[in-house]
Design a protein around this ligand. Structure first.
Ligand SMILES: Nc1nc2c(c(=O)[nH]1)N[C@H]1C(S)=C(S)[C@@H](COP(=O)(O)OP(=O)(O)OC[C@H]3O[C@@H](n4cnc5c(=O)[nH]c(N)nc54)[C@H](O)[C@@H]3O)O[C@H]1N2
Ligand SMILES: Nc1nc2c(c(=O)[nH]1)N[C@H]1C(S)=C(S)[C@@H](COP(=O)(O)OP(=O)(O)OC[C@H]3O[C@@H](n4cnc5c(=O)[nH]c(N)nc54)[C@H](O)[C@@H]3O)O[C@H]1N2
Ligand code: SF4
Ligand SMILES: [Mo]
Length: 662
């Protein structure tokens, strides 16, 4: 008989939805929204619903595989684990444990997914990756300004007079915030969207501002310049709670408003309009992650933070420089899980440049890469180098559910469970502050095993099995330890399925910042002043490059797939679509459906053209995540450079050219 059971979405997404899952005869039948979830209220997206297909797909990996003479052969778990453990032991003895690279991303938000780190720490400490393709530049920027990256509780936006959505593709990537925007609009809030693409969120805005990609920091400086010229700044907040304001005044004096308008390709009237919007408090700012994936990404977020501060919108109801909400993740005792004290060796590669680092590594060279919760071949920048690096090392182990582009390169593939086949807790530090419980609902197909089971087995073979002798219940209790006195225990969570975490709904309302000075730092204590930096690939920084490659390439997140996770499950095979601004199509006399080639010095892709109405001139978009077999990866075009503060990617800082092919 069919049963409807509660669960939660594991996908790396802003929304962290609650699910109602229909289960019949140990099989997932349907995934829907849980109407009783306090934030997501029964609505979920197609990616969530398709977790049914992901779980039941006949393409699931069912047995451990080993590549022998270029072909994958099924082997037993014992053989796979014995051989990998033997390899790990030998590598550690001969070269040291940092000859192993753990390459990962965050494809699954489950708390127990962190136990991979416990394994690698117990092993002695491997080469780890630092930084983030996703939000790294902006997180670091907010740490310099505020001391941490905290956002307002979802309902607080209903108190805003004005809402500025700055480079966040809300309708596509953050559907429950979109619902809130509709509610706020009904209440009379004024919504402004700043984005180079006229996306679905722009359609519901009162005003859409089209900006040249990568120029938002300069735009924020221009708005501040106007705020100051008109005397609309919040003098009291600046005087009592900030440090380095004088540097801001100097900075905005260094460019004329005409120059700012020329660089940002935003009219002076619109810059003046935005100054009045920010001064008309409370104005909330909701930044996306797309806008900081540039060389100048850290400065971009810092300049927007500065604008929010100068206009007096910090720490107030209906305000905020909302980017992420790290308070959520900080609620848990993740350190209890990872046991970083166990490691005795240590080396780090940046996530962006891991492929180059692998190729260049000495003392020790990389002898083995273990990939978890990531698909580096499609998701890391500059894929041709990634392919070279991941093909060059003697042992590549990939833990995944499907034969991805990365898995194809592996020497061993270990088949893992989907979220409905194991128990875990899910949360996201991107938007709301509720933790969700996800029980095991169905048995895993074939011989698929959870990531945790794999670490436990390997730890046993390597002699630190005692670190893993805990039940799921015990692991989850360990993670929730610090929350017990707030009434959040595993038992209550199992019973209620979702619980609100004790985080501040309006961060910084006490004006006690976590910076060294305790103030909001326009000039960061250790890190220096704001600068009016531009992207690496632009006519302002590299005119010759811009002559040969005149178009900005964005590779934003796809509507129907979470990165690379859903494309192969579409009923109709996806195609690579090259979306171009109207002026490009007009200049090159192209029409919808034309076959085009997009290239730069790093690589090329081919696809069919689609004209994007109202996109910023000279802008192209190709959605990311597309597998090789469907025309990908768009990352053959992107650069592995790091952002200004070293911790973010420059995925959208990318100039290309385009031509029609037959
Ligand atoms: N459907 C779907 N939803 C997702 C995901 C997915 O893969 N698919 N992934 C999830 C994850 S991991 C993340 S990180 C989030 C990301 O969520 P978002 O930040 O919303 O999405 P991105 O695709 O990273 O960024 C895209 C937005 O930034 C704009 N943009 C790009 N460059 C600039 C710029 O220079 N200035 C300005 N002002 N805007 C710019 C783009 O035009 C686009 O509207 O989405 C999550 N949700
Ligand atoms: N050009 C371009 N590139 C981008 C981006 C962009 O905007 N443009 N966005 C970047 C961003 S924001 C992000 S967050 C990254 C995401 O990059 P990734 O996290 O690498 O991408 P995903 O496709 O979500 O997932 C990777 C793999 O994890 C597997 N997986 C899912 N669940 C599990 C599990 O429980 N265990 C294990 N072992 N594996 C699992 C999936 O099957 C999939 O093959 O991509 C980045 N890359
Ligand atoms: S992908 Fe995001 S919006 Fe979709 S169901 Fe999962 S958490 Fe919700
Ligand atoms: Mo992301």
């Amino acid at each position: 008989m069919a049963e409807i059971l509660k669960s939660a979405c594991p996908l790396n997404c802003w929304d962290s939805c609650g699910f109602h899952v229909t289960v019949e005869n140990d099989k997932i039948i349907k995934v829907e929204g849980d109407p009783s979830h306090p934030i997501t209220k029964g609505k979920i997206c197609g990616r969530g619903r398709m977790l049914e297909t992901r779980t039941n797909s006949p393409e699931r990996l069912l047995h451990p595989l080993k590549k022998v003479n270029g072909e994958f052969k099924p082997i037993t778990w014992n053989q796979a684990l014995d051989e990998i453990a033997f390899n790990l032991k030998e590598i550690k003895d001969l070269y040291g444990s940092t000859a192993v690279l753990h390459s990962h991303d965050y494809a699954n938000n489950g708390i127990l997914k962190n136990l991979d780190q416990r394994f690698f720490n117990g092993y002695g400490g491997v080469t780890e990756i630092y930084g983030s393709l996703c939000w790294g530049a902006g997180i670091e920027a907010q740490k310099w300004d505020f001391g941490d990256a905290y956002g307002h509780a979802p309902d607080d936006v209903l108190a805003s007079k004005n809402i500025v959505v700055w480079g966040r593709n809300v309708a596509r990537t953050n559907m429950h915030f979109y619902e809130k925007l509709l509610e706020a609009r009904k209440n009379g809030a004024n919504i402004i969207v700043i984005d180079p693409l006229f996306n679905a969120t722009a359609k519901i805005a009162d005003k859409y501002i089209s900006v040249k990609p990568g120029m938002d920091g300069i735009l924020a400086a221009g708005i501040m310049k106007e705020v100051l010229r008109l005397g609309l700044e919040d003098r009291e907040f600046i005087k009592l709670h900030t440090q380095g304001f004088h540097d801001v005044e100097k900075l905005v004096d260094s460019l004329t408003i005409e120059k700012i308008s020329e660089m940002t390709e935003v009219s002076i009237e619109n810059i003046q309009m935005l100054a009045k919007v920010f001064a008309d408090r409370p104005t909330s700012t909701y930044m996306g992650l797309g806008l900081q994936r540039y060389k100048n990404g850290g400065n971009t977020i810092r300049l927007i933070d500065a604008l929010v501060a100068v206009s007096g919108n910090i720490g107030i109801h209906g305000g905020g420089a909302n980017y992420a909400n790290l308070q959520v993740g900080q609620s848990f005792d993740i350190g209890n899980l990872t046991l970083s004290g166990r490691k005795t060796s240590h080396r780090q590669f940046s996530i962006m440049k891991q492929a180059e680092e692998v190729l260049a590594a000495v003392n020790p060279e990389i002898k083995m890469i273990i990939v978890t919760c990531g698909n580096p071949l499609t998701q890391l920048p500059d894929s041709s180098v990634v392919e070279k690096a991941f093909s060059s090392i003697s042992t590549l182990v990939v833990v995944d559910q499907f034969m991805t582009d990365t898995a194809r390169l592996a020497d061993y593939i270990l088949p893992t469970t989907t979220s409905f086949e194991e128990e875990d807790l899910y949360y996201s530090s991107m938007y709301h502050h509720y933790v969700n419980y996800g029980p095991k609902l169905v048995p895993a197909p074939g011989e698929a095993k959870s990531d945790l089971w794999i670490w436990t087995q390997l730890a046993e073979r390597l002699g630190f099995g005692d670190d893993f002798t805990f039940s799921r219940n015990q692991w989850l209790e360990m993670t929730l330890q610090s929350l017990a006195d707030k009434g959040i225990t595993l038992d209550t969570l199992k019973e209620r399925k979702t619980l609100e975490l004790p985080v501040k709904p309006i961060p910084w309302s006490d004006f006690q910042f976590k910076t060294p000075s305790g103030k909001f730092e326009f000039t960061a204590t250790y890190k220096g002043e704001l600068t009016l930096a531009v992207p690496d690939e632009s006519k302002w920084s590299n005119p010759e490059l811009a002559q040969d490659f005149p178009y900005n390439l964005l590779t934003i997140h796809p509507l129907r797939s979470n990165h690379s996770q859903h494309y192969h499950l579409f009923p109709k095979a996806p195609q690579l679509k090259v979306e171009v601004a109207e002026n490009i199509a007009a200049d090159k006399q192209l029409k919808d459906g034309d076959l085009v080639r997009v290239w730069n010095k790093r690589g090329e892709v081919r696809g069919s053209l689609s004209i994007l109405p109202k996109a910023h001139p000279n802008t192209i978009n190709i959605d990311e995540g597309i597998w090789k077999q469907f025309g990908g990866s768009v990352n053959s075009l992107t650069s592995s450079r790091e952002s200004d503060n070293g911790l973010g990617s420059t995925l959208y800082d990318c100039l290309v050219n385009l031509e029609k092919i037959t």
